[in-house]
Design a protein around this ligand. Structure first.
Ligand code: SF4
Length: 411
């Protein structure tokens, strides 16, 4: 798909600048909102869980709400819970309703409206859920749903049918059945643990899940989907990082959506994981008027790479109930990629993915650089819009004769 961005112009996005030297928003917010919190309390993730804001009355003590937000909290009360850790609250701009942290954590009235085409289960997970804990949609991997709670309830959450409450942390029996399902399915080589947020489990409980999974011979890797490094970074302790390292390869897949979230505390959490040998990848969601601009996505990618987190996916918003106001047209994501590809480091350009409604799985999109396809040559335009010819080879047999030997080796 092509986009409306003008090729050939000077870099569409100016280089992002380091924020070094500026005071972190969290320090200012903490002084303003939680002056009595001691350093020991502020660095204790359980203190943040206990002091999370969970209703309108508590929220109004900390943030001067707009009429739209106040009505949004009231009208969505029966649909999806709110919960904001003091740390994440400290990042909110009290004066601007389009503050990206605010938009992700405080509902507005539009969230209470379900539009045609929106789905409670937009990724069709429940129809491929053979066990309470397991979603088995793809051939070689499963999703393991470990719990229904999160450090912050994101207004764009597409799994809110689970995180709105009511499913609770898995019982030991449900967890055992989930593990047993994986043991019985030798095609599963990759387990993605998610929920809710698995890092809200205690280290001991997490280990009760990781240890038996690692013992299954066909499980080659484990991924953990978490927003904790973004919303509750003090949870990433040395002890947690050591636990994850013990069961390597464990990949952490986190979810920063805006460079404002890449604070010193978040950086410390991510770097602690990486320093312990735990790779960290980021999946961002493209959200209208929050991060729907190539400059913002580039700054986010650069900020993540500086803290050794790889920008992996940029997701088109799923068609989840109550999220239409945050959805961008498909063309916007493609336009953003066109403004990044070639103009900055390839590692800073995430894959643009659409998870197809109803359970079709992910597909990726990118600008179309092919101008003409011929038998003898393919003509491309590059990121500047200039034409280049790639000659096709004379020989076209692409079979690999040694593969027969390689595949029959003793294992
Ligand atoms: S952390 Fe993830 S699962 Fe939890 S509310 Fe946010 S998006 Fe949903």
């Amino acid at each position: 798909m092509d986009s409306s961005a003008q090729p050939g112009a000077a870099p569409a996005v100016a280089p992002s600048k380091s924020r070094a030297g500026r005071p972190p928003a969290s320090a200012e917010g903490r002084r303003r909102l939680f002056p009595q919190a001691t350093d020991a309390e502020w660095s204790d993730w359980r203190w943040h869980q206990r002091h999370a804001v969970r209703n309108l009355e508590q929220l109004e003590r900390y943030v001067p709400l707009t009429p739209d937000e106040r009505a949004g909290v009231q009208e969505t009360a029966a649909l999806f819970r709110i919960g904001i850790s003091p740390y994440y609250l400290s990042l909110i701009d009290p004066e601007h309703p389009f503050c990206p942290v605010r938009m992700q954590s405080i509902p507005v009235r539009a969230e209470a409206r379900i539009r045609p085409g929106e789905l409670a289960d937009p990724l069709g997970e429940d129809k491929t859920r053979p066990e309470e804990a397991i979603v088995h949609k793809y051939p070689d991997r499963v999703l393991f749903l470990a719990l229904d709670t999160c450090s912050v309830y994101c207004r764009h959450c597409t799994r809110r049918r689970i995180t709105k409450g009511g499913e609770a942390e898995l019982s030991k029996e449900q967890m055992r059945r989930g593990i047993e399902y994986i043991r019985q399915h030798p095609e599963v080589r990759d387990v993605l643990i998610s929920g809710g947020d698995p890092f809200l489990l205690s280290d001991t409980r997490l280990e009760e899940l990781l240890a038996p999974l690692q013992e299954i011979p066909h499980v080659e890797m484990i991924r953990i989907g978490t927003r904790v490094p973004v919303c509750l970074p003090m949870r990433v302790t040395d002890s947690l990082a050591r636990t994850l390292r013990k069961y390597a390869p464990v990949y952490v897949v986190t979810h920063f959506n805006h460079p404002k979230e890449v604070t010193p505390e978040a950086a410390e959490a991510c770097e602690r994981l990486v320093d312990h040998g735990v790779p960290v990848e980021n999946q961002a969601v493209l959200m209208r008027r929050l991060n729907s601009d190539a400059r913002i996505i580039q700054e986010l990618s650069h900020a993540l790479l500086r803290i050794r987190v790889r920008p992996y996916y940029l997701h088109q918003m799923d068609v989840a109930e109550g999220c239409e106001h945050l959805r961008t047209p498909i063309a916007k994501g493609v336009e953003i990629l066109q403004q990044l590809r070639g103009f900055t480091t390839g590692l800073a350009v995430p894959h643009l993915a659409v998870d197809l409604p109803g359970g079709g799985g992910k597909v990726t999109l990118q600008p179309d650089y092919v101008v003409e396809r011929g038998e003898r040559e393919t003509v491309f335009r590059n990121y500047k819009g200039q034409r280049y010819v790639y000659p096709e080879p004379e020989e076209t047999d692409c079979s690999c004769p040694y593969d027969e030997v390689w595949r029959s080796r003793p294992r």
